[in-house]
Design a protein around this ligand. Structure first.
Ligand code: FMN
Length: 225
């Protein structure tokens, strides 16, 4: 077998990290990572999407209100559709496997709704990462714009990984677009795509033992002709 190339190693070592040390991210590094991530290609080079680092009191207030909204069972209409609804059974199986990997690492039983909710609330605190990002896109972008932004997001994850940092994208944030816009002073034409937690992984944290799998290449690749 061929020796894996540096990119393959980097990509295969990336994991979503949901607990961080208190070590701060050095000043300027985030901007550097974003610049690297923005080397991603985009249709007509439109470079869609923006990143807002939320800090201090503003971050604390945002998290408090998000947790309160979640606990109260508040619901908002999201700015974009993420998953097929209903989920076809093959996709549902993958969703269940990912949930089992996460909650299994934490020793949370499937039926333990309260413990699952407590973990879910962690999303709204950006998993206490030193850097909390909110990712937005101009609302009238279609799927192509989200595709372009996704490339930048992955670029950011890998750029971070390459510098010894870790990340977790937080789609849960997109559940409360109006609340997030209000806190960030954004107009209605900014769609809330997701959040991102970024910092140094707490390698001892049980949640970071979560390990997901990928389906075999035959499942999503075929040769025709
Ligand atoms: C756009 C996006 C949104 C996500 N949202 C969440 C989230 O809200 N909460 C969470 O714990 N993980 C979230 N994840 C992480 C996924 O669950 C994770 O990427 C997937 O299970 C594969 O695991 P891995 O990243 O460790 O390889 C998100 C990932 C992506 C790409």
């Amino acid at each position: 077998m061929q020796t894996p190339d540096p990119f393959s190693i980097l990509a295969s070592q990336r994991r979503s990290v949901r607990a961080f040390t208190v070590e701060p991210v050095p000043p300027g590094l985030l901007q550097q990572l974003l610049q690297t991530a923005r080397q991603a290609p985009s249709g007509a080079n439109l470079q869609p999407g923006s990143f807002i680092a939320v800090q201090g009191e503003a971050r604390a207030r945002l998290s408090t209100d998000l947790v309160a909204a979640f606990k109260a069972g508040q619901q908002e209409v999201e700015d974009y559709t993420y998953f097929p609804n209903p989920l076809p059974s093959a996709l549902r199986r993958r969703q269940v496997a990912a949930a089992r990997a996460l909650y299994g690492a934490l020793g949370i039983e499937r039926e333990d709704r309260a413990a699952r909710d407590t973990q879910f609330e962690r999303n709204f605190c950006f998993f206490d990462a030193p850097v909390a990002l909110v990712v937005t896109i101009q609302k009238d972008f279609g799927s192509g714009g989200y595709m372009d932004l996704g490339m930048t997001l992955y670029g950011l994850m890998l750029a971070a990984q390459s510098c010894g940092l870790a990340t977790c994208a937080i789609g849960a944030l997109a559940s409360y677009p109006t609340l997030v816009r209000r806190h960030l002073g954004l107009q209605a034409d900014s769609a809330i795509v997701c959040g991102m937690a970024l910092g140094y992984a707490d390698l001892q944290a049980p949640v970071n033992q979560t390990a997901t799998e990928r389906c075999a290449v035959e499942n999503y690749f075929r040769v025709l002709g």
